[in-house]
Every structure is written in C-alpha cells, then in structure tokens.
Ligand binder design. Structure first.
Ligand code: SOE
Length: 388
C-alpha cells in the first residue's frame, strides 16, 4: 500500500505527541505502511507555521473544513480540545476519511454515539487515543490475564493522580471549563483508567461515585499558553471552575470483579501517576506509568521462600513492540506509547479492519463516565445499562 496521508488538527501537546509518532514510525517500524505528514491545521497562522516547520509537516491549513475536504488526505487526526471532536469527526466521516480522535471521545455519551454512528455509516476506520494501553508493560499485563496466569480476577484498583492545579491561582484553562472539556479530572484522567480497566478486566456493570471541585473560582487566562504549565496572573478577574477537580468511584464488573477508581488533579507530588493493581486467584500485577517500563508481578505458585512481587522490565523480545526499539534494558517512555498506537492505526488501515480501541470503546468509556456522574447526582448505584 502507498503512504497513508495524514491531516492533523491541533498542534499543541497532543499534536506534538502524534507528530513525533508519525516521524518515528518509518525509522523504528519500517515494515508498517508509512504515515505521510501531509497537512497540519490550527487557527493561529503564526503558531501553526512554527509547528509545521518544527514538527515537519508538508503544508498547513487554518480552516479545518478545508483540511477535511482535501483530496490528498486519507486520515483526519483530531487532537483539538474536546468540544471540537464531534463536528470534525462527523465531517471527516462524511468526507470518507479515516479518523483518529483523542480522548475523551466527546463531551457526552450522546455525542460519542453520533460520532460512532457517522463513522460506521461511512465505513471508515476509527480509533480513539487511549495511548497507555500501548506501553509494553501494559501489553504484558493483558497477556498474563488472557493466558489465565492470574486466575480469576477479583480486584481492579486504578488511580490517575496529578497535581498541576493545586495552586488556587492557576488560571482557568480550557481543561477546567465544562463546555469545552466535558468534565475535569473524571473525563481527562478517569477516562484513561476506565479504558485500562475495560482493556484488562472487562465491561463495567454498575458504579457509584463522588466528586469535588476544591477551587471553585480561578483567575481568567491572560497568557497565550493554556496548557498544563500555564502561569497564574493574580491581577486577572476570576471565573467559575465548572468541572470536577477529583472524582472517585466504586464499580462492579460483569465478570464479578470489584473495582475502585480515583482521578484527581489535587494529589501533591504526583505528576502523572497513572497506576493500577489487579488481584486474581493465582497472582497479582501492579503498574505505575511513572515507571512505564516495569510490571510488578506476583505468582501464588512460586516456592514459599521466594514468594513476593518481582519487577519485570518489559524491554525484551518477549514484550510487545520492544524489539523495534533498543536492545533489552534500554528503556522507552511516554512518547513511545503514541508511536505504538499509531502503528496499530496504520496497520488496521492497511489491513482493512477496525483498529482497537475504536469509537465503540470511546462510547463505552463515555457511558461509564456518565453513569458515575448520574450516581453522584442521584446519590445511588447506577447500572451502565441505564444509559445505553
Ligand atoms: C493532562 O491532565 C493530561 O495531559 C491528559 O490530558 C492526558 O490524557 C494524560 O495522558 C496526561 O495528562
């Protein structure tokens, strides 16, 4: 197959991560159909041109509608803020383009279903950006569970902890506004944990949660940088924070396992602690993204005198994707998870099949997010089936 021509919308944090993935692929995954970095799109012409030349895109568009209509684009890669996902994805599907969309798929469940329907109707390939699935250590976790080496799964304990908004003077960036982001820690971080739980343990049956917005007003953003490292301007007028700072919930899975999930941006000292522990009848595993190359593994049938958690460094030929990078023990990082997800996307397009996770997974994740919100509002357990 000839190159797969990409048109990417958004050029900030995720735009950089995706661009890096496309660039790394021909060098480290030479057997995968090449992504061609055909066009990058954003509204600010100067910022866009800087990104275009820095990241290595061939051309630029300031209007996403023009990008979507271009004949020389096969894939629309959406990493604009969440409120833009639905309109762009539906237009891309109508134009017959394959779609990659960052998480959370949409602002709410109804929108995510519309996106899935549009993509299915158009018969295009679609993928959602749950990149943490593609850490080799997480792939190992999946393999151990699939092979039955942990036995029957009893517990999933997952948390995603960050601390970038603990300062009450941190400005009201888009991630703190419900109309743009959909939700706060819940949709931004909890979505990753929900996806991880679905990937490793299976479907959710019912949930009950609680959430809090610790800082209810923040200075409006005056600077042009509105990312995780935005600077406070104490003189700026304040605006209302309309999303959760932290959301925690309990869950029952369809296979009988019990889950607890926590997402917060108020955990001092935790910069990106995306972590889980799974306990089964034959063993346990533990993962912490800040040690992305490692999986802690415990097997109950080890001899008693050497029983204990062992650290498996998932960088050997036995581990997913590892052979494409460096010799064993030469570790990889955050950006590699995006390269792996794009490898999966390119392979799926070349082989004419749907990639995983796709928009259907995005919808399921959105249903769990919304069931938790409903449980908080109504102060009761909510079955996922109530929303679907
Ligand atoms: C910010 O909280 C953020 O960048 C999320 O938006 C990402 O999805 C997560 O991977 C890391 O943290």
């Amino acid at each position: 197959m000839s190159n797969i021509r990409i048109g990417m919308i958004g050029y900030k944090f995720m735009g950089k991560a995706h661009s890096n993935a496309y660039r790394a692929m021909p060098m480290f995954f030479p057997n995968v159909t090449r992504p061609q970095m055909t066009a990058i799109c954003g509204r600010d012409a100067a910022g866009l041109e800087q990104a275009r030349s820095q990241f290595g895109w061939e051309s630029a568009e300031t209007d996403w509608r023009k990008l979507v209509e271009r004949d020389d684009i096969d894939v629309v890669d959406i990493n604009a803020p969440s409120d833009a996902h639905k309109e762009i994805a539906i237009a891309a599907a109508k134009a017959g383009k394959h779609i990659f969309c960052e998480k959370p798929l949409a602002l709410n469940l109804a929108d995510s279903i519309e996106m899935l329907n549009a993509a299915e109707k158009a018969g295009v390939k679609h993928m959602v950006g749950f990149n943490y699935r593609f850490a080799p250590a997480v792939q190992l976790a999946k393999k151990l569970i699939q092979e039955g080496r942990l036995g029957k799964i009893y517990h999933f304990r997952g948390f995603f902890l960050q601390d970038w908004i603990v300062d009450p003077e941190f400005p009201l960036v888009w991630r703190l506004q419900k109309d743009i982001a959909g939700s706060g820690a819940h949709g931004d971080l909890g979505a990753h944990v929900i996806d991880m739980a679905r990937f490793l343990v299976g479907e959710f049956n019912e949930v009950i949660g609680m959430s809090e917005t610790f800082v209810k007003e923040r200075p409006l953003l005056t600077a042009t940088t509105g990312g995780l490292t935005a600077k406070a301007d104490k003189e700026a007028p304040k605006g209302e924070v309309t999303v959760d700072d932290a959301t925690l919930f309990l869950a029952r899975f369809a296979n009988g396992a019990l889950g607890s999930i926590e997402a917060t941006r108020f955990a001092q000292g935790h910069r990106c602690t995306n972590s889980f522990e799974i306990n089964g009848s034959k063993g346990s595993i533990k993962f912490d993204f800040e040690r992305v190359n490692e999986l802690q593994v415990f097997f109950a049938d080890d001899e008693g005198d050497v029983q204990g958690f062992r650290r498996v460094l998932a960088t050997d030929a036995a581990h997913a994707y590892s052979q494409n990078w460096w010799p064993p023990g030469h570790t990889i990082g955050y950006e590699h998870t995006f390269t792996h997800e794009m490898v999966e996307f390119m392979n799926a397009i070349a082989e004419d099949r749907q990639p995983v996770p796709n928009f259907a997974d995005g919808v399921e994740c959105q249903a769990v997010l919304e069931a938790v919100d409903k449980s908080i509002e109504e102060r009761r357990w909510v079955a996922i089936s109530e929303l679907r």
